[in-house]
Design a protein around this ligand. Structure first.
Ligand SMILES: Nc1ncnc2c1ncn2[C@@H]1O[C@H](COP(=O)(O)OP(=O)(O)O)[C@@H](O)[C@H]1O
Ligand SMILES: O=P(O)(O)O[C@H]1O[C@H](CO)[C@@H](O[C@H]2O[C@H](CO)[C@@H](O)[C@H](O)[C@H]2O)[C@H](O)[C@H]1O
Length: 449
C-alpha cells in the first residue's frame, strides 16, 4: 500500500480540546504507569487519522502523547502513551461504557471521544490496516504472511499492562500502551525464537511501529488454552497437586532459555558485571523502600541476601531472558503443552535495562515467586503445595537445561528477593489489597530481625 499522508491537521488545537478529557480519563487506566503522581500536562509526539475525524461516521485517531508529571529525573523524557481514540457525532448506546467525554471546543466541538479499541468497526479497521503492509503518516505496518480478511474483533477485559484484541479467535493483537524508543522485546524475542524454530512462543505474524518504537504485535491466538495462574488456582481450590504441570513448565522455560541463548548474543559474567548487577538490586531496594516505607525494617536483612548476586560469576553466561516470568505469562494448550507469552519484561524498567543480557536465574526466581503467590492467595495457605511446585519446576528446568538452579541457592535467593521487592512496589501502585502477598515473602527472605 502506498504511503498515505494522514497526520492530523491542527494538532495543537486538537490537543487543547482533548486535554480536559485526558486529564480525567488517562490516570484511571490500569496501564497508566505514572500512578500516584500528578499529571501536569500533555504534549503530542504524533497524531494520525487512521479514519478521518470530520465525517458523519466514526473517526479513528492514533495518538502518541507525552504525559508531563513532576518527579521525572533530569534529562529523561516524559512517558509516552499510545492512544486509539474513536470520535463520533453520536455514540450508540452499546458504546456508552467506552465514552471518554465530549469535546467542548475546536472544530470538532460536541463530538464524543471514546476508547476506539472497544468499537468493533474501528478495531476491525486496525486489523485490515495490518493486513496491508505500508505506511500511514508516521505509522509503519508489517506482515510476515497474508492474513485472512474480516475477522470479528473483541477487546480482552483482562487486567493488563497493555491492551489486547482478539480477532475471530485466530489472532491476538497487543497494543503497547507506554512506548519507548527501541525494539520492544515482546516483538524482538518472539521473532528471534520463531527464527530459531522454538515452538514454545506464538510467532508474530504482523506488527506496527514508528521507525523508533514498536506499537503493536499480532500473534496466533491459542484457542482453548488456559493460563498457568488460573490452572494453579483451580488445582489449589480442588485440593490437587500441580507438580506435573510445574515440572513441564520448568522444561518449557529451559527450552526458551536455550533457544534465546542460541539466537541472540550472550555475555560472559565477569566479576565487574556481577558487582554491577548486585549494586542495581541494592539501588532498586532503596528506591522501593522510599516508595513503600513498609519495607524499611527489612532493608538490612534484604541487603545481605542481595549481596550474593555479586558473587554470581561461575554461574553461566548472561543472556536475553523473558524478564517478567510468572504463571500469568504461560498458557497451557488443550494438548497439555505450555507456551510462554509477554516478553516485554517488567513494565517499570527502562527498555535498555529490559533488553540487556541477564542471568537466566532471574526468570526462574520469577516463576518460583509465582507458585508462592498462588498458594498465598488461597485459603487456607498451603506452603507445602508451593514448595512442591517450586521443587518440581527446578527439576524440570534441570532436566532440559542440564543445570539445576538449586545448585546456587544464594543466587536464587538474591533474585527471588529482588523480584519480591519489585512486587511490593507493583502491588502498592496497582493492587494495594495484594500487598500482603509479597510482604510475606519479604519477611521470610529477610530472615529474623
Ligand atoms: N497467543 C495468545 N493466545 C491466547 N491468549 C493470549 C495470547 N497472548 C496473550 N493472551 C491472553 O492475553 C492476556 C494478556 O496478554 P499479555 O501479553 O500478558 O499482556 P500484558 O503485557 O498487557 O499483560 C494474557 O493473560 C492471556 O490470557
Ligand atoms: O502480566 P504483566 O506484564 O502485566 O505483569 C505485571 O502484573 C502481574 C499481575 O497481573 C504481576 O505479577 C504478580 O502477580 C501475579 C498474580 O496476579 C503472580 O503470579 C506473579 O508471580 C506476581 O509477580 C507482575 O509482577 C507485573 O509485572
Amino acid at each position: 500500500m502506498p504511503e498515505t499522508a494522514s497526520t492530523t491537521r491542527a494538532p495543537d488545537a486538537l490537543l487543547a480540546s482533548l486535554t480536559p478529557l485526558l486529564h480525567a480519563w488517562l490516570p484511571r487506566q490500569r496501564w497508566f504507569a505514572g500512578k500516584g503522581r500528578r499529571v501536569t500536562g500533555f504534549t503530542l509526539d504524533a497524531a494520525t487519522e487512521l479514519l478521518p475525524l470530520d465525517g458523519t461516521g466514526p473517526g479513528l485517531l492514533h495518538l502518541l502523547v507525552r504525559v508531563e508529571q513532576p518527579g521525572r529525573p533530569a534529562g529523561t523524557p516524559a512517558d509516552c502513551y499510545q492512544l486509539l481514540l474513536g470520535v463520533r457525532p453520536q455514540l450508540p448506546p452499546r458504546l456508552a461504557p467506552a465514552l471518554i467525554g465530549r469535546l467542548r471546543q475546536g472544530p470538532l466541538a460536541g463530538r464524543a471521544v471514546y476508547e476506539g479499541l472497544r468499537d468493533p468497526r474501528l478495531a476491525g479497521l486496525l486489523y485490515e490496516r495490518l493486513r496491508s503492509p505500508g505506511r500511514t503518516g508516521p505509522l509503519r505496518f508489517h506482515a510476515t504472511a497474508p492474513l485472512p480478511p474480516a475477522l470479528a474483533p473483541r477487546m480482552l477485559d483482562a487486567e493488563q499492562s497493555n491492551s489486547s484484541l482478539v480477532y475471530g479467535d485466530s489472532f491476538i493483537l497487543k497494543i503497547f500502551r507506554r512506548v519507548s524508543p527501541g525494539a520492544n522485546p515482546d516483538l524482538e524475542l518472539p521473532l528471534a525464537l520463531a527464527g530459531a524454530g522454538c515452538e514454545r512462543v506464538p510467532a508474530p505474524v504482523a506488527w506496527f511501529e514508528t521507525g523508533a518504537a514498536t506499537l503493536g504485535v499480532l500473534q496466533p491466538y491459542l484457542r482453548g488454552s488456559r493460563d498457568g495462574w488460573r490452572l494453579a488456582l483451580d488445582a489449589l481450590a480442588d485440593g490437587r497437586e500441580f507438580t506435573a504441570e510445574a515440572r513441564q513448565l520448568g522444561r518449557a522455560t529451559a527450552e526458551v532459555h536455550l533457544a534465546l541463548a542460541g539466537a541472540l548474543p550472550t555475555e560472559r559474567l565477569r566479576r565487574d558485571r556481577a558487582a554491577h548487577l548486585a549494586a542495581a538490586m541494592d539501588a532498586r531496594l532503596h528506591a522501593a523502600a522510599k516508595a513503600v516505607p513498609a519495607l524499611l525494617p527489612y532493608v538490612p536483612g534484604l541487603r545481605a541476601v542481595l549481596a550474593a548476586a555479586g558473587d554470581a560469576t561461575g554461574t553461566g553466561p548472561l543472556q536475553r531472558i523473558h524478564g517478567d516470568l510468572h504463571l500469568g505469562q504461560t498458557l497451557r494448550g488443550s494438548d497439555g503443552a505450555w507456551a510462554v507469552i509477554d516478553f516485554e519484561g517488567e513494565p517499570a524498567k527502562s527498555l535498555d535495562e529490559r533488553r540487556s543480557p541477564q542471568p537466566p536465574v532471574r526468570d526462574i526466581a520469577g516463576m518460583l515467586r509465582s507458585f508462592d503467590y498462588a498458594a498465598r492467595t488461597h485459603r487456607p495457605w498451603n506452603a507445602e503445595w508451593a514448595a512442591r511446585c517450586r521443587a518440581a519446576y527446578c527439576t524440570g528446568y534441570a532436566e532440559a537445561a542440564g543445570t539445576d538452579p538449586r545448585d546456587h541457592p544464594a543466587l536464587l535467593h538474591a533474585y527471588e528477593t529482588d523480584k519480591a521487592v519489585y512486587e511490593v512496589v507493583y502491588e502498592a501502585r496497582h493492587r494495594p489489597d495484594w500487598l500482603p502477598v509479597p510482604m510475606a515473602a519479604i519477611q521470610r527472605l529477610a530472615g529474623p530481625r
